[in-house]
Design a protein around this ligand. Structure first.
Ligand code: C5P
Length: 308
C-alpha cells in the first residue's frame, strides 16, 4: 500500500497572556497563534500486521520524541485505527524538522497531521467535530493546527483549544527564529508561574493583527510565560541575553519556550538580524538547535495525499 502524507507546520505565539488558574489545573489563556512554514511530515500506510507502529526520522529526531503511545501522533493515529475493521494495521512515519520542547507546537501539530494521514490511509473520515474533540483531548495546542484557517493565524483562548481563525491571507511578515540548545518542559514552565497573573486581556484585544505591519505588532507583544520559563530553565536567560543583546529589534519567546523570534516586514531586515544573531552566538560559543528565517505558512496541518 502507498503512503498517505500530511504536513504538520510549527507555530509561534504572537503574545500570550495567562489570565488565571482553572479548577482543572490548567491556565486560562489569551494568545494569537501563527502557523509558520517550518513543518514536520507525517506519513501513514495500511499494513497486513495488525496494530500501530511509529518510526521517527528526520533532522530533528531526538530522544525526546518517543516512538510509542507517549507520542501524540501515535495516539491520534490510534484513534482513527480504532474505527477501522478488527485486525487492521497501520504504519506511521514522522519526519521531524521542528525541534521539540521549543514552544513551536511540533508535537501538537504532528497529532493533527497524524489524524489526517491515518484517515487518508484507512479511508475513514472523522469530520471536523470529532477531529476537534479528539485533538482537544490530546493537548491544548492541537486544535489550532486543525482549525488555523487560510491565514494560519487564530486567536486562541480557554486553555488554548478555543480557536477563532482570522479571515484573509497570511500576514506578509518575515521571522527570524532561534531555537537554543535546550528544552523547556511546558508543565514545568506553567508550574513556575507566580501570582498575580496578568489579566489585562491585551493579547485578546490586539486589533486585526493580520493586516498590520510587523513593526507595529512586535511592539505590542507580551508573553506572560517568559518570566516563568526563565525561572524554570535558568540557562535560557544566557541565551536570551546573547540573542536579544545582539539584534536591533526585540525578540519574543514563543509559548513556553525555548524558541525566540523576531518579526520583520522586509526580507533584508530579517537577513541582517539573522546574521547579527549568528555572529553573537558564535562569539559566545553557543550552537543553537536551529537558526533560520521562516514565513507565515497560511493554513495549519493539511493532507498532501498519496506519496511514494
Ligand atoms: O495541554 P498540554 O498537554 O499541551 O499541556 C501540557 C501542560 O502544560 C499541562 O499539563 C499543564 O501543566 C500546562 N498547561 C496549563 N495551561 C494551559 C496549557 C497547558 O497549565 N492552558
Amino acid at each position: 500500500m502507498s503512503w498517505f502524507e500530511a504536513l504538520a507546520p510549527a507555530k509561534v505565539n504572537l503574545g500570550l497572556e495567562v489570565l488565571g488558574r482553572r479548577p482543572d489545573g490548567y491556565h486560562e489563556l489569551a494568545t494569537w497563534m501563527l502557523a509558520i512554514d517550518l513543518a514536520d511530515r507525517v506519513r501513514a500506510r495500511r499494513v497486513a500486521q495488525s496494530g500501530l507502529r511509529l518510526r521517527v526520522l528526520g533532522p530533528q529526531r531526538d530522544a525526546d520524541v518517543p516512538e510509542d503511545e507517549r507520542n501524540l501522533a501515535w495516539r491520534a493515529a490510534r484513534a482513527v485505527l480504532e474505527r477501522a475493521e478488527p485486525g487492521a494495521g497501520l504504519e506511521l512515519e514522522l519526519e521531524k524538522h521542528v525541534p521539540s520542547g521549543a514552544g513551536l507546537g511540533g508535537a501538537s501539530s504532528d497529532a493533527a497531521a497524524a489524524l489526517l494521514a491515518a484517515e487518508g490511509a484507512l479511508g475513514i473520515e472523522l469530520g471536523p467535530g470529532e477531529r476537534r474533540e479528539r485533538l482537544a483531548a490530546l493537548g491544548s495546542d492541537c486544535v489550532f493546527f486543525a482549525e488555523a484557517g487560510p491565514a494560519g493565524l487564530a486567536r486562541c483562548t480557554g486553555r488554548g483549544e478555543r480557536v477563532e481563525p482570522v479571515e484573509g491571507s497570511p500576514p506578509d511578515w518575515w521571522l527570524v527564529l532561534v531555537t537554543p540548545a535546550l528544552r523547556c518542559p511546558t508543565a514545568a514552565v506553567y508550574s513556575a508561574l507566580r501570582a498575580p497573573l496578568c489579566a489585562s486581556g491585551a493579547a485578546s484585544s490586539l486589533p486585526s493583527i493580520v493586516s498590520r505591519p510587523a513593526r507595529e505588532v512586535r511592539g505590542e507583544l507580551f508573553n506572560s510565560l517568559e518570566e516563568a520559563a526563565l525561572r524554570a530553565v535558568p540557562e535560557l536567560y544566557a541565551w536570551k541575553e546573547v540573542v536579544s543583546g545582539s539584534g536591533a529589534r526585540p525578540v519574543q519567546l514563543s509559548g513556553s519556550g525555548s524558541s525566540f523570534y523576531g518579526l520583520f516586514d522586509e526580507r533584508e531586515e530579517a537577513e541582517g538580524e539573522l546574521h547579527r544573531i549568528a555572529d553573537a552566538l558564535q562569539r559566545a560559543g553557543r550552537v543553537p538547535r536551529r537558526l533560520a528565517i521562516v514565513r507565515p505558512a497560511g493554513g495549519g496541518a493539511r493532507a498532501v495525499g498519496e506519496v511514494g
